[in-house]
Design a protein around this ligand. Sequence first.
Ligand code: FPP
Length: 238
Amino acid sequence: MEERRVPAHIGIIMDGNGRWAKQRGLSRSEGHKAGAKVFKQICDYAGEIGIKVITFYAFSTENWKRPPEEVSSLMDLFREYMHEAEDRKAENLQKGMRMHFIGHREGIPEDLLNLFDTSEEESKDADKYDVNIAINYGGRLEIVDAVKQLGEKIKSGELDPADITESDISAHLYTAGQSDPDLIIRPSGEYRLSNFLTWQSAYSELWFSDILWPDFTPADLDKAIDDYNKRNRRFGGV
Ligand code: FPP
């Protein structure tokens, strides 16, 4: 039997926390709290099985439309995680986790931005795997942000518009320097990408399931990887 290939980069849309909570008569915030526990578990497991980059969609640019109590409970959950991660700094470094917070900075509370910056700085020499947490992330806004940077380079004469390549766009995204996702996982029975890794997902394999995120286990990740192994990736070739 051929050895199983572990995708280098996996993206995960952590969906279904609200429905999970509703089924149990709990608040939506309780659902997100349960989702955060699973996020930590999957994050560790990804490193153990040799995934090189894992990107979690934690808060989209559209999620600001949610009720203010829900938005603020999510921000509190991110804060809590950041403080906890700071306490477990040595352990996370040991696991080789290099942290990246990807998304549009404007709109995120200043104290959280500082916690993100500290975590990125303190983990920058870890070399086992990259953990991207997408907060205030929108794939289209990410492309707009990249285009603005390229525009500045054109204005200063550093770049000729005729020379712009796909690699130039990739190099100005929040994921610059990382490989594109091989596999994107979306639980909770929805079949769309919802503005997640819009540019980077051009050739990603997609895996959907009815499991709600707080019920997602390492065994489910293994199942997604097993299914990925059955896919024939041609990248437009034959
Ligand atoms: C979508 O489910 C989920 C979110 C908008 C939040 C995801 C965030 C977490 C799982 C917490 C992650 C924590 C850290 C520390 C990164 P939904 O609320 O839309 O579910 P529903 O569709 O069932 O209502």
